[in-house]
Design a protein around this ligand. Structure first.
Ligand code: COA
Length: 351
């Protein structure tokens, strides 16, 4: 029987570390100013979110999401010992694409130097749930024999589209730049626990306006006109969020999808080495761990160092702790995610 194996893993974060303390002094180009720009504090951010710092790309206009993805993809290719020319499909999850269209997967394909191979390129728009959605797609493609070398990417460049003022502080403090990548391919195995064992993906569109960016809100602004300096109209340039509704729905969906993953596979925490939740807020993850009765020593978080990198969080977190020596080849992971949409899901797989 063909099963889907994870052949390689890689991640990338930019060098610039932005602490909570520095964040309060950044202007809308994320340049540090002498005077306070946003009323926030290290204490508030750490207490409510667990975030200590995040990474930002250099502010020189040369970086886009596909560049972060390229670095992560190259590391995953090296890890898998696979040449880029072997990739026959790219699945790219991002809410911060290089441009409105075309999708970022084709731009990454070109940067990888494999544009002439003609490989399939998908962009998916499931925000913080992109990893599980992409894994489900990749697993189905591999098991049906459709593709044999799939590059799964989650990458985000958030620092250019945040509101660096007190008005936008609830969202601005949460997000960071980064990328994670996985290479997936087929393996012959009769063991149903091998490779990608389980995926589930769900959505509830009634939550769409609880976390959104209305930049291309055609129904209400048919002719895009935003003056970036006009505080009355420039709100549409930035993500809007009902933090409390997102928080409650995230806890509920992540608990439910984690419990369903165990029930549907007949597994217990004895069979699983690590729980890797999406990294939106440390308090969300602590609540999920408490309610779903997950052994705390099996939980991997990185939000303290990277903030919320949306589509990148799960592969970035696994790769971070693998480089720290915690995660080992052959470990089984249960991952649970939640994001704008609302979207959510869970997966069990062996790394
Ligand atoms: N710094 C300082 N104060 C802030 C702040 C910040 N960065 N952001 C909000 N505040 C203020 C609010 O203005 C409010 O002030 P007020 O009481 O004077 O009106 C106060 O802090 C409490 O705000 P509230 O929204 O009730 O806080 P909260 O406990 O709900 O925490 C979030 C806010 C955003 C941290 C929390 O709702 C959250 O994490 N939600 C989920 C977000 C998420 O995960 N998004 C991504 C999903 S994939």
């Amino acid at each position: 029987m063909i099963r889907t194996k994870i052949l390689g893993l890689g991640s990338y974060v930019p060098d610039r570390v932005v602490t909570n303390e520095e964040l309060a002094y950044l202007d809308d180009q994320h340049v540090r100013q002498e005077t306070l720009q946003t009323e926030t504090s290290d204490e508030w951010i750490q207490k409510r979110t667990g975030i200590r710092e995040r990474r930002y790309v250099p502010n020189d206009g040369t970086w886009s999401t596909s560049d972060l993805a390229l670095h992560a993809a190259k590391r995953a290719l090296t890890d898998a010992n696979i040449d880029a020319s072997e990739i026959d499909c790219i699945i790219f999850g991002t809410l911060s694409p290089d441009m409105h269209f075309p999708g970022t997967a084709v731009i990454l394909q070109k940067k990888l130097g494999i544009d002439k191979t003609g490989c399939a390129c998908f962009d998916i728009r499931q925000q913080c749930s992109s990893f599980v959605y992409a894994l489900q797609m990749a697993d189905a493609f591999v098991r049906t024999g459709m593709y044999k070398r799939i590059l799964l990417i989650g990458a985000e460049l958030h620092s250019h589209s945040l509101d660096y003022t007190t008005r936008g502080r609830d969202v601005m403090v949460l997000f960071g730049d980064g990328a994670g990548a996985m290479l997936l391919g087929p393996v012959e195995s009769e063991d149903p626990r091998d490779g990608v064992m389980y995926t589930s993906a769900h959505a509830d569109g009634s939550g769409a306006m609880d976390l959104y960016l209305g930049l291309f809100d055609i129904a209400h602004r048919p002719y895009l006109f935003i003056d970036p300096k006009d505080r009355e109209t420039n709100r549409g340039m930035y993500p809007q969020m009902d933090g409390k509704r997102v928080f409650l729905n995230a806890v509920r969906a992540m608990v439910m999808s984690t419990q369903a993953a165990l029930a549907n596979t007949g597994m217990s925490w004895d069979d699983i080495q690590w729980f890797v939740p999406h990294q939106a807020n440390l308090r969300i993850n602590e609540k999920v761990v408490e309610v779903a009765k997950i052994p705390p020593e099996k939980v991997l978080n990185t939000i303290q160092f990277y903030g919320n990198t949306t589509a990148a969080t799960v592969p970035l977190t696994i790769d971070h702790w693998r480089r720290e020596g915690k995660v080992k080849k052959g470990d089984r992971i249960l991952s649970s995610v939640f994001g704008s949409g609302f979207t959510w899901g869970a997966a069990i797989f062996t790394i």
